[in-house]
Design a protein around this ligand. Structure first.
Ligand code: SAH
Length: 488
């Protein structure tokens, strides 16, 4: 697989500065071993007027099969040979992006110690990739690179076999990008979009890929018209991760919008505004709101119902005011991840006595859940089919009956503010429904009346004047009955 980066220059600003930016000397041919073969960097031309750097990745197909057995595309399952004989060595795929990340790491970060200032300057660039696998074809290639400031995006389908035009086009395009860009930006576009176009990552995608995507996408991804497709494909269509990334991109946008607002306010009034240097992810805001409500209620023993991977349980354990914390989930997989997160096995005796993870379904009454001060249902009710909801209501408010119950759920009205969501879509593939503020209040008030709880509503996240906050929270407080009051 092959990629060339060319630039032009003048005697004052020689093109060979490219060598400083890439941290690779133009007079040398260098080889780097990567996990899937050898990456070569060399300069077919290097003069003050024109300089071209080439990255050639020599893939070791045997190493590729060994490392990626069972993950992604190793070859068609019906053909053992296809594992070894495929397009991997020739096409610019996710392997090339990974090699770029290794070989051009500083350049990707926009760092150039030898020539400070150089990395910040846009350069006349020409990038050529002779064989780019492009699921979605040349049109998609143009749609992806088009909005990124290149003056020319030339994507030409490559014929399957030039001798036989009747065979039509292959799934590859020859891509030539031209424009005046900072080298770091150009490399980041490729780093993200090559695997997106290839759409077949050779490795298993994990949470840190979200960080990588957001880092490489800084400054261009949030506002890209195709950011949804880019995000979803980059993360190999793993819904949970895609959703995480979308939420964080949305927060980038909110932060950008906030910055503008703050400036306006600053000009109008004195400096009473408080700016945050980092947007707080919505999930974190939710946890903080829940902790505040639990403190306000004076809860010491807490159930986290539908605890998922245990983030809230972990936060609760860090606070000594919570003397007993029980996470409950129907998913064994989620509980396994939670146990690992909490290092349950290596926990000291006293800490271990404070926490328990149990598997169970909230659609059934469960004696193990009785006797606690509070229960939290954070982003859980929307995962149940509506007809199952009365069963959950009874299990929690009728049977477990803690003094405080906290329920959070998405506010569907806010979805129009997530630019990433097509109209009428819910935020998560597994959401069976999403409620408006009114629907949620109706349900919550009904529950309160049926089971003797008072209820208050708290917004979580930016409370939009028109559509409300992204997350809505209800805090239920059990109303003491006359008999209980007499006993007390
Ligand atoms: N509370 C966590 C996780 C929310 S995701 C958070 O706020 O981040 C919803 C969780 O509810 C999932 O882990 C899912 O396994 C769990 N869940 C869905 N239906 C359930 C049921 N009937 N009983 C118990 N847990 C359930």
């Amino acid at each position: 697989m092959f990629l060339t980066i060319s630039t032009t220059g003048t005697p004052e600003r020689p093109a060979t500065d490219l060598g400083f930016l890439l941290h690779k000397h133009p007079d040398k041919a260098q080889a780097f071993s990567t996990s899937h073969g050898t990456a070569h960097v060399f300069y077919p031309e290097a003069s003050p007027e024109r300089c071209t750097a080439a990255l050639l990745l020599e893939v070791d197909p045997v190493a590729l099969v060994r490392r990626s057995r069972g993950k992604g595309r190793g070859g068609a399952p019906d053909s053992a040979l296809a594992q070894y004989v495929n397009d991997r060595p020739y096409a610019a795929s996710s392997l090339l992006a990974v090699a770029m990340g290794t070989v051009f790491r500083s350049a990707l970060r926009g760092v150039c110690a030898a020539r400070p200032g150089l990395a910040d300057r846009p350069l006349p660039l020409r990038i050529e990739i002779p064989a780019l696998p492009a699921r979605g074809g040349a049109d998609l290639v143009r749609a992806l690179f088009g909005p990124l400031g290149w003056t020319s995006v030339d994507a030409e389908p490559v014929a399957l076999d030039e001798r036989f035009p009747g065979w039509g086009d292959s799934r590859y395009v020859r891509l030539v990008l031209e424009g005046e860009l900072r080298l770091a930006d150009a490399l980041r576009h490729l780093y993200v979009l090559l695997p997106v176009l290839d759409d077949a990552k050779h490795y298993w995608v994990t949470t840190d890929e979200v960080d990588k995507l957001l880092r490489a996408g800084e400054g261009w991804l949030a506002d890209h018209p195709e950011h949804k497709l880019i995000t979803s494909r980059y993360l190999s269509r793993r819904w949970g991760l895609t959703r995480q990334a979308m939420e964080r991109l949305e927060l980038v946008r909110l932060a950008e919008a906030d910055d503008l607002d703050v400036e306006d306010v600053d000009n109008a009034v004195d400096d009473t505004t408080d700016t945050e240097d980092r947007p707080v992810p919505l999930a974190e805001q939710r946890r903080e709101a829940i902790l505040r409500a639990l403190h306000a209620a004076g809860a010491g023993t807490v159930l986290d119902l539908g605890c998922g991977q245990g983030q809230l349980v972990q936060a609760l354990l860090q606070d000594v005011r919570f003397t007993r914390v029980v996470g409950v989930d129907v998913s064994v997989r989620a509980l396994t991840v939670a146990a690992r997160r909490l290092r349950l096995e290596r926990m000291g005796e006293r800490q271990a006595a404070r926490v328990k993870l149990i598997q169970g379904s909230l659609a059934y009454t469960d004696k193990r859940l009785q006797g606690y001060d509070a229960a939290v249902l954070s982003e859980v009710v929307e995962h149940l089919d509506l007809p199952r909801l009365p069963a959950l209501e009874y299990a929690v408010f009728g049977s477990a009956r803690p003094a405080t119950v906290i329920v959070t759920t998405p506010n569907v009205e806010y979805n129009v503010r997530w630019e990433t969501l097509p109209a009428g879509h819910v935020r998560h593939g597994d959401h069976r429904f999403e409620w408006t503020r009114e629907e949620f209040r109706d349900w919550a008030r009904g529950v309160g009346e049926r089971h003797g709880y008072g209820v208050e509503f708290v917004p979580v996240g930016p409370d939009d004047p028109e559509v409300g906050p992204p997350t809505q929270m209800a805090v239920f407080a059990r109303v003491a009955t006359a008999r209980q009051e007499k006993a007390a």
